[in-house]
Write a new protein. Structure first.
Length: 284
């Protein structure tokens, strides 16, 4: 529990970051890297092992709001406040593609995953999704080395008129379901307070789980059927699927704006205004 490495960028706010996936050849075979997106539209790649910035790119004209590595670590996907999505190569520093499908609404989530592509009748080496704050989710199949990127599905979730007195709407969040291939989970401002399971194969919502409030953060365990949902009411809820067993936890000083399972699934990290909590999952 001590600070090991620190990177500072003067006069810029770090808005999002992502770890580079480790290569299949073995743990530690390549130095650890983190990519970070900033308020001036720049992307910086940092080497943890060498404690230095290795690359700076400027694919956006506005602040970044989401960033992710492709599953093989060969590409960086970044989304901006204006809804534009850039695909950039950390090897060359070049931006190879700009996607405008979500233009006009800030990108809230970018996530890549390896799936069974032949099930969907498309070519690609991975699936990835983008979510924007206007409750739209796009799902793509891509093979960046072959310059292929195909839209697989487009979701738009309805919502009532914005309630008066509400400063900002809850975020639109989506994630691929690790234990149910071809399914994603969505939470956001809508007609009901709920988590929706959408099947890419059936092209429809296949399950709904009621929530006490609109969610402010979401994470799915990579190894067990657990979903963590944070709320603006200082509450963290742990859901076990498919039984929908519920455990609620207090202890935050403000809205739970981030929750993230560790890759092992044994720990859960949550964050609010001035507190970072680490939870240990027992019996999972």
């Amino acid at each position: 529990m001590e600070l090991v490495v620190q990177f500072q960028v003067l006069n810029q706010s770090c808005q999002c970051l992502a770890w580079k996936p480790h290569p299949v050849v073995g743990w530690g075979a390549e130095s650890q890297h983190v990519v970070a997106g900033y308020s001036d539209g720049t992307i910086r790649v940092f080497s943890i092992s060498r404690t230095e910035m290795e690359l700076k790119m400027h694919p956006h004209a506005v602040a970044l709001t989401a960033i992710a590595y492709s599953t093989d670590g060969e590409m960086i996907l970044s989304g901006g406040k204006d809804g534009l999505i850039a695909v950039s190569s950390p090897r060359t520093g070049m931006t190879i593609r700009i996607l405008t499908d979500h233009k006009g609404s800030p990108i809230t989530v970018l996530q890549c995953t390896k799936k069974q592509y032949h099930d969907f009748g498309v070519e690609g080496s991975e699936l990835w999704l983008a979510t924007s704050s206007d409750r739209r989710v796009s799902i793509w199949a891509s093979d960046w080395l072959k310059d292929k990127c195909e839209l697989l599905d487009w979701l738009s979730f309805p919502a009532p008129a914005s309630p008066e007195g509400l400063g900002s709407l809850p975020p639109s969040l989506a994630a691929f379901c690790p234990w149910e291939h071809g399914t994603l989970v969505y939470v956001g401002f809508g007609m009901q307070k709920e988590a929706l399971f959408y099947s890419l194969r059936k092209k429809q919502v296949v399950e709904k789980i009621s929530l006490p409030y609109f969610a402010t953060s979401l994470s799915l365990s990579p190894v067990a059927r657990f979903i963590a949902v944070g709320f603006g009411e200082r509450l963290l809820r742990l859901l076990h699927c498919p039984t929908s067993d519920v455990q609620d936890y207090a202890g935050h000083d403000d809205a739970v704006h981030l929750c993230r399972f560790a890759p092992s699934g044994r720990c859960l990290l949550t964050a609010s205004h001035s507190a970072v909590l680490v939870w240990e999952l027992t019996g999972s």
